[in-house]
Design a protein around this ligand. Structure first.
Ligand code: PMP
Length: 428
């Protein structure tokens, strides 16, 4: 494949945008080479500026659960645009999407819409601190909750790729209130809680991790967190920015039958427009301004175009009874195909999968936390990534990311992907 125009555009972008990108994971730093500049996308495919077509396994990092340019979303946004793009006043559609979200997700009474997953998580911990009147939070190494200061402590995703899991610019004062635990290790969490008795406001977790590759919770782990939180008056925050409306209509709370105290959303909830949200039961949400003292606001929060896109998306997810099963079946098919292709060529690997999230790790041992994810062979991953890209398959340019499976993928697309893995495996 030729990437001439992408290369030229990247050079130009680097002059005026740091690193040429508006979000670091888009640069190919972890794998080398020049990022591809997208021109358009439809269904399961993304087309670049050079006219190449790729089967897309990133899907805008999650939102495109039903494929790119999903007609109901496109139509809803076009129609909304005609009547004004922002008012800074309440609108009926905000209540409509809130009612639908509250009806789909277990255990929440109220939801507040914001503009990104970062804002959702940042606001959720402020609310948890205001509600519990305690300062410290526990997060897990390798989990990513956006780029607000409290979370850039051993953060996953791009923060690992760029070697700054603990970013400069985060003050000692902020960092000392974030305690770090090992994913899937309940004893470690108990020790931390015991050592900081009466000080912990919340435990925040990706209930299925997607920012160190895909790592599902071990049997009993989330239940363990729930009981620790109950025993110590700590709020359990599920960051469902990736998993919400994806792994089940009601997210991991529904999938694993566990109630969180606060839930964060992003990605799918906005149908591809900049949207995040956080939600909880009344007792907690009523602490938020203007009802309560915890402040949180946004000029463009609940933006009509964003709400129109999100509403069309949630309606489609809610009304499609077979969707979750179809996604699961497609992802399972891909898993089996990739595993067979790699095994045939004696490539040591691990594949983690749950619902429509999947990741391939080139290592011997099971990947259950950040430490085991970090043992993956990055040189092999780089070759794998570029091999796949040159065969028209676009996976995330880092091993510390999950693949997002979309319902727009056909079995022909999956077969094409598996055939590419077979060819690429020979070169690893
Ligand atoms: N939480 C999780 C679990 C995420 O995966 C992400 C983004 N990948 C965020 C929060 C931050 O969301 P945003 O990039 O929209 O700020």
């Amino acid at each position: 494949m030729l990437y001439q125009r992408s290369s030229a555009l990247f050079k130009e972008a680097q002059q005026v945008i740091p690193g040429g990108v508006n979000s670091p994971v888009r640069a190919f730093n972890a794998v080398g080479g020049t990022p591809i500049f997208a021109k358009s996308a439809k269904g399961a495919y993304v087309y670049d500026e050079d006219g190449n077509r790729f089967i897309d396994y990133i899907n805008s990092w999650g939102p495109m659960l039903l494929g790119h340019a999903f007609p109901p979303v496109v139509e809803a946004v076009i129609e909304k645009t005609q009547s004004g793009t922002s008012f800074g006043m309440p609108t009926a559609i905000e209540t409509e999407i809130a009612e639908l979200a509250v009806s789909m997700v277990p255990n929440i009474d109220k939801i507040r819409f914001v503009n990104s997953g970062t804002e959702a998580c940042m606001s959720a911990i402020r609310l948890a601190r205001g509600f519990t009147k305690k300062d410290k939070i526990i997060k897990f190494a390798g989990c990513y909750h956006g780029h607000s200061d409290s979370f850039l402590i051993a953060a996953g995703s791009g923060a690992v790729t760029f070697g700054t899991p603990n970013s400069p610019g985060v003050t000692q004062g902020t960092a000392k209130d974030t305690l770090l635990a090992r994913y899937n290790d309940i004893e470690n969490v108990k020790q931390l809680v015991d050592a900081n008795k009466g000080e912990i406001a919340a435990i925040i977790i990706e209930p299925v991790a997607g920012n160190m590759g895909c790592i599902p919770p071990k049997e009993g782990f989330l239940e363990g967190l729930r009981s620790v939180c109950d025993a110590h008056n700590v709020l359990l925050i599920f960051d469902e920015v990736m998993t919400g409306f994806r792994l089940a209509k009601g997210g991991v709370q529904e999938l694993k039958s566990i109630d969180a105290d606060i839930v964060c959303f992003g990605k799918v909830v906005g149908g591809g427009l900049p949207v995040g949200a956080f939600a909880a039961r009344n007792e907690i949400m009523n602490h938020l301004a203007p009802l309560g003292p915890v402040y949180q606001a946004g000029t463009l929060s609940g933006n009509p175009l964003a709400m129109a896109a999100g509403l069309a998306m949630l309606k489609a997810v809610n009304n499609d009874k077979g969707l979750m099963n179809r996604l699961e079946e497609k992802t399972k098919y891909l898993h089996t195909g990739i595993a067979d292709a790699l095994n045939k060529n004696n490539i040591v690997h691990q594949i983690n999968r749950i619902g429509s999230m999947i990741s391939v790790h080139f290592c011997d041992d099971a990947v259950v936390d950040f430490e085991s994810a970090a043992k993956g062979n990055n040189e092999t991953f780089k070759k794998f990534f570029h091999g796949m890209l040159n065969k028209g398959i676009y996976i995330a340019p880092s091993a510390f990311e999950t693949w997002f499976i979309t319902d727009a993928l056909t079995y022909q697309d999956l077969n094409e992907t598996i055939a590419a893995v077979e060819e690429v495996a020979k070169t690893l």
